[in-house]
Design a protein around this ligand. Structure first.
Ligand SMILES: *Cc1c(COP(=O)(O)O)cnc(C)c1O
Length: 393
């Protein structure tokens, strides 16, 4: 038997006794779904982000889906998102019968490149195929240049959904991500590897009353219970709800929301720890053959991921070998992301390699190394020395 090694994953949740107590309290209460904790959780996030409306759901994927529905995306419409993202940011378009296309990334921030976006918009405008929605993704927790994207949206007439799955707790131009100052909707994910967790979960935020009503309706079967909005029928009817459109059951449970509410108390602490780890890596990895994601001064990143780009030009070692060697040492790195359109399903739709060259070349050099609040100094040192060992072979 070889020596037992400790595995350090690229990300993991942080749950303490207060979280466990909060969940147990809900489990022992009268309501475990649709109880009093969901609105408390929503209020806490709304207040944190300075946004008017928020609807917690069972995943960010669900939040993206009802966001597209609420903005009226459908067959014949086009949605654009970043090539460097998780599949949900683009699947949401296909789920409502729209088509999707991808914008290339900026090689330094790894976010959607505003230059590429503008160029693509000019071409689309000439060809009469402008997108109805653009989904910028705040990759690794650093906001996209939302002001510029917002300005383009006013010229070319598209709506904006921010995929902030990585970015709760981050800020842009001194505003919390999620304020929706430069967007119609912002979504967060509460999957365990993300910043705070509810097990599975997500939220959609907006400042628009009209969009808010739709998000709420699509979350719950297309049913509402607003008396004034009920279709007039026989006054003897005693029904207190009506289904007015198609909808889904994407609701979160009170059990999950109580975990989320408790996690929100630690959000700033989580971000501070992540930023400390990032600083540690910044100083330790400076002399290795790699590039780090560029943090721009108007943003405070959450460091959901700590991403490096390997510079292997003059080396014999490959990305795959580095990945495998680190895994052998117990350092479970990952790659974020395979450009979405390189997935077999998207290739079947006709997307070809070379579509977004920057996203592809980043992908061939990318590694996400472990970062999460419960990492110890020893873990951090082990990760950086393992990386050093593997890279200086
Ligand atoms: C995790 C993630 C999602 C999906 O979140 P779920 O809550 O797991 O559905 C969507 N977009 C991005 C960028 C993500 O990282």
């Amino acid at each position: 038997m070889s020596k037992k090694i400790k595995f350090i994953n690229y990300g993991r949740h942080s749950i303490d006794d207060d979280d466990i107590k909060a969940v147990v309290k809900t489990l022992k209460s009268d309501f475990i779904t649709q109880g009093p904790t969901i609105p408390l959780f929503e209020d806490k996030i709304k207040k944190y982000c300075g946004v008017k409306y928020g609807f917690a759901v069972n995943s960010a994927t669900s939040a993206l889906h009802i966001s597209c529905l609420s903005l009226g995306l459908g067959p014949g419409d086009i949605l654009w998102t970043s090539a460097n993202t998780f599949v949900s940011s683009s699947n949401c378009a296909l789920l409502v019968g729209a088509t999707v296309d991808f914008v290339d990334i900026d090689p330094d921030t790894l976010n959607m490149s505003v230059k590429s976006l503008e160029k693509k918009l000019i071409t689309a405008n000439n060809n009469n195929c402008l997108p109805k929605i653009v989904i910028p993704v705040h990759f690794a927790g650093q906001s996209c240049d939302m002001k510029k994207i917002y300005e383009l949206s006013k010229i070319y007439g598209f709506k904006i959904i921010e995929d902030g799955s990585h970015a709760i707790g981050g800020s842009y131009k001194n505003l919390p991500v999620g304020s929706c100052k430069y967007s119609d909707i912002c979504v967060f994910s509460f999957h365990p590897v993300k910043i705070i967790t509810t097990g599975e979960g997500g939220i959609a935020l907006t400042n628009s009353k009209l969009i808010a009503e739709k998000l709420k309706k699509f979350r719950s079967h297309g049913i509402h219970s607003i008396k004034q909005k009920m279709r007039k029928r026989d006054p003897k009817e005693i029904w207190n709800y009506q289904q007015v459109s198609i909808g889904l059951n994407y609701r979160i449970t009170d059990i999950a929301a109580s975990l989320g509410l408790s996690q929100m108390n630690k959000l700033d602490q989580f971000i501070n720890k992540r930023r400390k780890i990032a600083k540690f890596y910044d100083s330790k990895l400076k002399y290795l053959p790699l590039k780090r994601q560029h943090e721009i001064s108007s943003c405070k990143s959450t460091y959901h991921l700590y991403v490096i780009r390997l510079n292997l030009k003059h080396k014999k070692i490959t990305q795959k070998k580095i990945y495998n060697n680190l895994t052998k040492l117990g350092v479970l790195v990952n790659i974020h992301y395979i450009p979405v359109y390189r997935q077999p399903f998207y290739e079947d739709l006709g997307f070809k390699s070379g579509h977004c060259p920057e996203a592809e070349s980043y992908f061939r050099e990318a590694l996400s190394i472990p970062i999460y609040p419960d990492m110890t100094i020893k873990d951090m040192e082990y990760v950086s020395s393992s990386l050093e060992k593997v890279l200086t072979l």
